[in-house]
Design a protein around this ligand. Structure first.
Ligand code: MN
Length: 241
């Protein structure tokens, strides 16, 4: 039995192969897990829990089936799906987590994060993040019609494209000082996050204490998973069937 961690699937109707692999994962290996943690950017965009798009309904049913099968499922917001709310949680049986979230796993102190808050070099992005995570901004957004929110999301994406690069190229890496501060404050042995799409295991020291930062990859070409059992964490690729 193992605890499983994924992030950055960026599910959207236009990339059906990612959704099919994720559905097979939920109905297959995830059923044997002690728990499943989804560390943000499960969806490429989320305009609100009232989105009637049947593609999202299908993903919600699959999460519901996993939680009904007795596997606890946890979700942390990413920078794409930060509008996921309590309705999504009650529809799916998923528990929403704050960012960062600390837990203990097989005797190790673990700090979970999506990772975007650690990218402090990108000052412009951190300003956008602060604005869009504000409850007043979110309430203002939810007061608009679904059509208006869909149009807003499309426009935000086009503006990001117009800045010259694809969205992925724009992702700054984490700032090492921000990483060390998060580890120092939490006393964690291991920081586990996604967001940067740079899967790796980084050993280093904080105040002469050996620690690790594990980075989950995205699911664009294959799946990315951390499987954590009594032998410790393993970062793995899930080949596309
Ligand atoms: Mn992200």
């Amino acid at each position: 039995m193992a605890t499983l961690f994924v992030s950055d699937l960026h599910l959207e109707p236009g990339r059906p192969e990612i959704g099919e692999q994720f559905l097979a994962f939920l109905a297959g290996p995830a059923r044997q897990a002690d728990a499943l943690y989804i560390l943000g950017d499960l969806f490429e965009a989320w305009i609100g829990d009232d989105d009637p798009n049947p593609y999202y309904a299908r993903m919600k049913v699959a999460l519901r089936e996993l939680s009904d099968a007795g596997v606890p499922v946890f979700f942390m917001h990413g920078n794409r799906d930060f509008m996921i709310g309590e309705t999504f949680a009650s529809d799916t049986g998923v528990t929403l987590l704050g960012d960062p979230h600390a837990l203990e796993l097989h005797g190790e102190k673990v700090l979970l994060s999506h990772g975007d808050a650690l990218c402090t070099d990108d000052v412009e992005y951190q300003q956008v993040r602060a604005m869009t995570r504000n409850p007043d901004w979110q309430a203002m957004m939810m007061s608009r019609s679904i059509e208006e929110r869909v149009a807003f999301a499309r426009q935000a994406r086009e503006q990001s494209m117009a800045r010259g690069q694809s969205a992925d190229d724009e992702i700054a890496d984490v700032n090492q000082d921000a990483v060390k501060q998060a580890i120092r404050e939490s006393g964690a042995d291991i920081l586990l996050h996604g967001h940067t799409h740079r899967p790796a295991v980084h050993p280093f020291h904080v105040d002469e204490r050996p620690v690790h930062r594990i980075v989950l990859g995205d699911w664009y070409e294959q799946g990315s998973l951390v499987e954590w059992d009594e032998d410790g964490p393993r970062l793995e690729e899930l080949p596309r069937p």
